[in-house]
Design a binder for this molecule. Structure first.
Ligand code: NZQ
Ligand code: ZN
Length: 391
């Protein structure tokens, strides 16, 4: 492992069917005003909202509600939440939902007491947070982003058509997260498989970088195999607890960011997806899948040995009598078969992209250089065109 690193993880995880039983004890550590932040209504339909509100009331908390947090949360919503926090002197933001709700909660946490425009300071200029940070905790209902145990916060600014991600230091990470796999049972299959590809993509973004022998790569191969195994079970039975619990924990580990330690990491697929999302509002994991296939088929030759290892270790491709190139391509083909078997989208046209959008997306994508090939905007445009023509 050639690169030095610092790693800190302050999030307490309560995992399993009885995880919610720990909420009361945790709440005792915070003041009386709790912001209950959630999405567009899934938690009301499945009864989780009522359970949480009853615990908060029994514990004598004042509840300030922020509802309607949308998938791909907007900076406008962050500003609305930040004002609520200030006006009510909120002690803890309890985010109940998927990555969008938890990301929005973290964004509100750093923005509420920010002097000046938080978007510009924290998501464009990447300034360190020098103001009061409001504590965040989460109750997760969708496995995919890993937001429940990291400092990530991805926010869309519709005024400038930019979707920007920031990994804040660990003091912004949730103080505790409640992970009951049963809460994901009500998720539509479309959202479940989108989350599954998202967690896989986090692992591949870390994996496809570097030449040295790194512990993380072995952990990634193991996690990918576990995800593939559980995904195949979960798509057939959405209520298989064993599969959904493995997926939930794998997802938390995948984007912790423990798997990327001591690696330069790629993340260009995410950068392209973020701009695709800014233009189409598509489900994050679906956009990643549609971009990953043409992207990996374009860059594999620049990191050939790693793509061969991916084929052999993750997909059990038999290399006997084959060239490295053939083995690498067989690995990517196995990834494509898996994507199709799960019903994950492979065309960005299906996600709402139009031909006119493609150059706009390509030209606004952040260019990174941690992977095996630093791309230009022109190369990204070609990848987008292939993802657009795919079926
Ligand atoms: O709005 P509600 O009613 O809650 O419905 C949501 C939403 O429509 C629904 N849903 C969630 N849990 C459910 C449920 N429906 C039924 N039953 C349940 N149990 O699912 C829809 C999508 O939810 P969302 O939170 O948007 O999905 P996800 O968890 O995939 O989050 C995506 C966001 O996270 C960002 C993405 O860019 C995107 O904005 N990311 C965050 C990262 C991080 N913090 O580290 C890293 C990722 O790479 C990613 O960029
Ligand atoms: Zn992601």
């Amino acid at each position: 492992m050639n690169l030095d690193f610092t790693y800190q993880n302050p999030t307490t995880i309560y995992f399993g069917k009885t995880a919610l039983d720990n909420l009361s004890d945790e709440l005792a550590n915070y003041g009386e005003t709790i912001m209950l932040a959630y999405g567009k209504g899934a938690i009301k339909k499945n009864g989780l909202y009522d359970q949480i509100v009853s615990i908060l009331k029994e514990d004598g908390k004042n509840i300030v509600e922020l509802s309607g947090i949308m998938a791909n949360p907007t900076y406008e919503k962050v500003v609305e939440g930040a004002k609520l926090v200030r006006d009510n002197n909120v002690d803890l933001i309890l985010a109940v939902g998927g990555g969008s709700v938890i990301d929005c909660a973290k964004a509100i946490s750093v923005s509420a007491y920010c002097e000046g425009d938080a978007w510009t300071r924290y998501w464009i200029k990447f300034e360190p947070v020098d103001n009061k940070i409001v504590s965040v905790a989460s109750i997760l209902t969708l496995a995919g982003t890993g937001s429940e145990m990291n400092g990530g916060s991805v926010i869309t600014n519709n005024d400038v058509k930019l979707k920007m991600g920031r990994i804040f230091p660990s003091n912004v990470s949730p103080k505790f997260s409640i992970l009951n796999p049963e809460y994901t049972f009500t998720l539509p299959k479309y959202q479940m498989v989108s989350g599954i590809f998202d967690m896989m993509s986090h692992l591949m973004e870390a994996y496809f970088s570097g030449e040295d022998d790194v512990t993380s790569d072995y952990m990634i191969e193991g996690l990918l195999r576990s995800i593939i195994n559980s995904a195949k079970i979960a798509v057939k039975d959405l209520k298989d607890y064993e599969a959904r619990s493995n997926l939930m924990w794998s997802s938390t580990l995948a984007m912790n960011p423990i798997m990327g330690l001591s690696k330069t990491q790629d993340w260009e697929v995410h950068m392209i997806e973020h701009q695709l999302g800014a233009y189409t509002d598509c489900a994050h994991g679906m956009g990643l899948a549609a971009i990953s296939l043409p992207y990996y088929r374009y860059i594999y030759k620049f990191g050939l040995d790693k793509f061969v290892r991916f084929a052999k270790e993750v997909w059990r491709v038999d290399e006997t009598g084959k060239t490295k190139e053939a083995v690498a391509l067989e690995g990517i083909a196995a990834l494509e078969s898996f994507i199709k078997e799960c019903g994950i989208v492979t065309s960005i046209k299906e996600l709402g992209a139009t031909e006119e959008m493609l150059p706009l997306i390509a030209n606004s994508t952040v260019l990174l250089s941690g992977g095996y090939k630093a791309l230009t905007a022109e190369e990204i445009l070609e990848i987008l065109k292939t993802a657009y023509a795919a079926v």
